[in-house]
Design a binder for this molecule. Structure first.
Ligand code: 4AD
Length: 572
């Protein structure tokens, strides 16, 4: 028998083989694995393998005995565990067999159950009620089952004990199954908490649609560790979560609150088309499609249509999808977003900004005054406070000065719009000049430093869309011609509203088409507004997802859309 080798410094009891090249580390382990062999030991690789001394052999034997004891203990524990597992499995199998014999029937002597939604339960305390929903959470505590049921309106704790918790369905129930639960609604005893302050003590229930367990279980498809592309593919499951559903509930409340504010200011809701043949915000971001042999686009903005409603319906608004084919992967850009737009007649620029401010503040006030909506705001954005009026107003020219005073620079671009890089490959940063587009990064830094909503107004005409009204020039004023345009910037999100006064003079509009290289032919209906009774008017568009990201403190607008679309993503 070849001797067993031990190297006390570079050997290993885990990976060693006892050979000269792969020695063990301890003599105790060598004796434990190969009792009765001969052993050779060295201190480290610089020494030679020698026979161990009698005293070290004696000591190592003791160590080996210890290891043997440990191994035995381990073996016994494994045996015990296997036995327990087997017993548990048998107990469970028996329990399942037994459970098949338990058939629940509804006790006809009990009062008829009232079918209700979870958010309408409080007045029904003490009554027998019937609730249908999804198993949101599930816990078995010494044979008593606690199910948190979800029906979209809220969450309800259901308690199942005795026979109702011993059926086959009870023992095999999985998360996200749909069930119907009938029982008595009881206020919670002092010191206990559950959603709504009550729980359903179930006397009869049944599974409506069982969800799978095991490999295909909901929590195996989706969990906190799932990566972003899985979360995007499984958006339909993400929506079932407490946070995503709270965002969507707040979105619904927010849209109602906006509608209330707008209608309260005499604006009428209209529904303009999504399929259009004109651009509003520049041809570069149009989604083009074939339309019965003609070219058509998905709308970028319903503004032009809203303008045509003024002579018919007065001030109007719409909540409509807008589409932007921009290759922007930022946290505030979507390819399709919900656009809340409004148009008002016979106003001036100051009226426009005051109106936008009122709509935002009245909407926030409505939400905070509503117990359900304000609870959602609190859940998602615990530090939210309503913005103070009036909002800060900062002219474009003053903003350029502010950025330079605060050392906020931008990347210099060449004539083709490519970023100029220095010898190390870093972008060359330069001060802002009047006439520059204020880039997203600079705008956000400014907004975050100022920490309040800001109306940034008076952008140069060449940076803005063709339809914007020019600002009247003061005597001797130089610099670029500015427009009566405004962006509303919010801390944390940046621009949430873009608005302007519109050109009301027909000759000026025709000149603007020409300047922008736009063929006026398809715009005949828009031009006609200036021909048949023009008026001073203006309007704005608010990005619903951006407003919600601000209100609910979401990292990205993608969380604020039901099924968000961004470059490359139109699934599910
Ligand atoms: O500033 P924008 O492009 O203005 C217009 O479309 C005007 N015609 C609106 C009008 O006056 N009726 O867009 C208005 C708002 C932006 O402030 C932003 O909140 C949102 O729409 N928005 C987007 N939201 C998400 N993803 C995008 N790609 C967005 N583009 C604009």
């Amino acid at each position: 028998m070849s001797p067993i080798h031990v190297d006390e410094s570079s050997g290993s009891d885990e990976t060693g083989k006892g050979t000269p090249d792969q020695p063990y580390q301890t003599l105790a382990f060598a004796i434990f694995t190969a009792p009765g062999s001969t052993y050779l030991i060295r201190k480290d690789a610089s020494g030679t393998y020698e026979e161990p001394t009698q005293s070290s052999l004696k000591k190592a034997k003791k160590g080996a005995d210890g290891l043997e004891k440990k191994r035995k203990k381990e073996e016994e524990r494994a045996e015990r565990e296997a036995k327990e597992k087997k017993e548990e499995r048998e107990r469970r199998e028996k329990q399942i067999e037994e459970s098949k014999k338990i058939v629940l029937t509804e006790d006809p002597a009990l009062p008829a159950a009232k079918k209700a939604k979870i958010n309408k339960l409080t007045p029904l305390r003490g009554d027998r009620v019937k609730i249908q929903g999804w198993v949101h959470r599930l816990r078995d505590q010494k044979g008593i089952m606690f199910i948190v049921l979800r029906d979209g309106t809220g969450y309800l704790q259901c308690v199942l004990s005795g026979r109702v918790a011993q059926t086959y369905d009870a023992l095999t129930l999985n998360l996200e199954s749909t069930i119907e639960a009938i029982g008595t609604l009881q206020a919670l005893p002092e010191g206990k908490t559950a959603p709504g302050g009550h729980e359903l003590v179930v006397d009869f229930w049944r599974v409506l649609g069982a969800a799978p367990g095991g490999e295909d279980a909901f929590t195996n498809r989706l969990n906190e560790k799932s990566d972003p592309s899985i979360l995007a593919d499984l958006r339909h499951f993400v929506l079932r979560g407490e946070t995503a559903s709270a965002v969507l509930k707040l979105r619904a409340a927010m849209l109602s609150a906006f509608r209330k504010a707008l209608v309260g200011h005499n604006l009428m809701e209209v529904t303009p088309p999504c399929l259009v043949q004109t651009q509003v915000e520049g041809g570069a971001t149009l989604f083009k499609l074939h339309y019965y042999g003609q070219d058509a686009f998905l709308t970028q903005s319903s503004q032009l249509y809203l303008e045509t409603c003024l002579p018919s319906l007065g001030d109007v608004f719409c909540v409509q999808e807008s589409f932007r084919a921009e290759n922007s992967h930022t946290r505030r850009h979507l390819s399709e977003y919900t656009h809340l737009e409004a148009e008002l007649a016979f106003i001036d620029f100051n009226d426009l900004m005051t109106h936008i401010e009122s709509m935002i503040c009245e909407t926030v006030d409505t939400l905070l005054a509503d117990p359900v909506a304000s609870a959602l705001v609190k859940q998602l954005n615990p530090n939210f406070t309503a913005p103070k009026r009036p909002f800060m107003r900062l002219s474009y020219v003053d903003a350029i000065k502010w950025l330079n005073d605060h050392g906020i620079q931008h990347e210099e671009e060449d004539a083709e719009g490519n970023v100029i890089k220095d010898e190390n490959g870093a972008a060359k940063m330069v001060d802002h000049a009047v006439g520059d587009d204020i880039a997203e990064a600079a705008e956000r830094r400014m907004t975050d430093i100022l920490g309040v909503p800001i109306f940034l107004y008076g952008f140069p005409a060449e940076l803005k869309a063709f339809y914007m009204k020019k600002m009247p020039r003061k005597e001797g004023e130089t610099g670029p011609i500015c427009t009566e345009s405004c962006d509303l910037l919010m801390p944390g999100v940046g621009e949430i509203v873009g608005g302007s006064m519109r050109i009301s003079d027909i000759a000026e509009l025709l000149a603007a088409y020409k300047r922008e290289g736009i063929d006026p032919t398809p715009y005949y209906w828009f031009t006609d507004q200036r021909k048949y009774g023009t008026c001073e008017h203006g309007g704005y568009g608010l990005g619903v997802e951006r407003f919600l990201a601000w209100l609910a403190n979401r990292y990205t607008v993608r969380e604020c859309s039901l099924y968000p679309r961004w470059p490359g993503r139109a699934t599910p």
